[in-house]
Design a protein around this ligand. Sequence first.
Ligand code: ADP
Ligand code: ADP
Ligand code: ZN
Length: 214
Amino acid sequence: MNIILLGPPGAGKGTQSAGLVERHGMKQLSTGDMLRAAVKAQSPVGLRAKEVMDRGELVSDEIVSDLIDANLTAMEPETGAIFDGYPRTAAQADDLDALLAKHGRSLDCVIELEVNVDALVERITGRFSCAKCGALYHDTANPPQKEGVCDVCGSTEFKRRPDDNEETVRTRMDEYRAKTAPILPGYEKRGIVSRVDGMAGIEEVARAIDGILG
Ligand code: ADP
Ligand code: ADP
Ligand code: ZN
């Protein structure tokens, strides 16, 4: 299985990807996570991407498609891929088709997480993650069971993304509307798009996704 999780910033792509990894042993390919790792490592890609990400704009298609290519190369062919935050432009969608063919894979399904735009700013400004294992949390909607302690690994250190502020979120939402939403009709024509109500609770969304994957 190779699937795309599509939706604006804060829709729940990362949260649902983590669930799919746990339940189905798939691999999450998040270009956002890959880019943040590159920024942290101060690699050439990270140095080029940092300011663009801080502004909430999109980094170049070439950079992200190369990251996806490298990750697919490193994967066992039988492991399913969850594309999280990629593709985000028409050019990336074309790149993905070429990369899947190159790696002997095909796209099974595009799951669109439908969310109310008004909820996104709250979701994003309340988002934080475990500094050690990356588990995702939200101040009100999904806090750790024991305050200040990661449910997954027990760490007491957490972090927030520098781009998770209200101003940058608006730019990221504009980028989504202008460049990412327009790739959906192409997938619709292929008959592989399913929609899920992303405003439902995290577990309900997970059940809906499992229902689609069968
Ligand atoms: P994305 O990867 O699409 O940007 P995330 O999965 O990081 O979104 O979710 C954004 C924030 O919203 C996180 O803090 C997460 O805990 C929270 N969240 C995710 N799904 C839901 C949901 N169904 N209901 C409420 N909050 C959610
Ligand atoms: P979110 O979870 O809020 O949707 P991501 O973690 O996916 O955000 O992405 C964070 C930032 O990384 C984006 O605002 C953008 O600058 C960059 N980025 C991530 N994926 C891509 C991509 N496929 N194309 C271009 N830029 C990307
Ligand atoms: Zn943790």
